[in-house]
Write a protein that binds this ligand. Structure first.
Ligand code: HEM
Ligand code: HEM
Length: 172
């Protein structure tokens, strides 16, 4: 059976919107937590006191993180596997995919990692690379665009090679 039938590496506008809303949401909520946690604490009677908004950014971040894993699964079946077979943008796309894997894995470990020292290292690895996401995304996104026609022709060749007898067609 042909895999990825009918999927194009190009994003539909709905999918692009979902990517921006979830991507900005997960990045901003994590970034705001960092800002509040490291720079907006108050000196209280018994030492530094965290801002009441701080836990909210993490709650919001957790919600966006669920949405991000869902979106990643969707992109895997549509964009990533189709893009990989086209042989284009593999380096930047592969690095971006690896980064998302790491964010999901380290997000999980933040809940369950053993001791405080391990957790704080994982935390730095999580947000340090998380903050770099927009740059890697931008590099991947801004690579020279192929014409719509050459993308279609290439995807058609891939589909025919994986299911020649079915005569699968890329939707126009
Ligand atoms: C191994 C992984 C990946 C590969 C091989 C890959 C491949 C590609 C290719 C070939 C294009 C060019 C499409 C065109 O000709 O316009 C592209 C564009 C794009 N990629 Fe990826 N990609 C990968 C991962 C990702 C990931 C993880 C994301 C998002 C988180 C992403 C987001 C985008 C976006 C937004 C575009 C622009 C698409 C458009 O203009 O419609 N890619 N990718
Ligand atoms: C696929 C994307 C991501 C997933 C699945 C994810 C997941 C998670 C999870 C599960 C937590 C633990 C929440 C808690 O302790 O209640 C967390 C914490 C955090 N995330 Fe993310 N995250 C993602 C992307 C990002 C990005 C892009 C940033 C960049 C700013 C970021 C920054 C943070 C920060 C600062 C924390 C708090 C760290 C700590 O408690 O020590 N995350 N993330």
């Amino acid at each position: 059976m042909s895999r990825n039938r009918g999927h194009s590496v190009r994003f539909s506008s709905a999918r692009r919107r979902a990517l921006y809303v979830i991507g900005v949401g997960v990045w901003l909520s994590g970034g705001l937590w960092l800002l509040f946690h490291y720079f907006l604490t108050k000196q209280g009677e018994f030492g530094p006191q965290s801002n009441p908004l701080e836990p909210w950014w993490l709650k919001i971040h957790g919600a966006f993180a669920f949405a991000a894993t869902w979106l990643f699964g969707l992109l895997w079946g549509t964009h990533i596997t189709v893009g990989w077979r086209s042989g284009r943008r593999r380096a930047s796309g592969g690095v971006l995919t690896g980064l998302i894997f790491w964010l999901v894995l380290s997000g999980y470990l933040l809940y369950y990692a053993g001791d405080d020292r391990a957790r704080s290292l994982i935390s730095i690895g999580h947000w340090g690379l998380g903050l770099a996401c927009p740059l890697l995304y931008w590099i991947h996104r801004m690579r020279k665009r192929a014409s719509a026609r050459s993308v279609r022709d290439r995807e058609q060749t891939i589909l025919e090679a994986s299911a020649p007898e079915r005569g699968s067609r890329v939707p126009r």
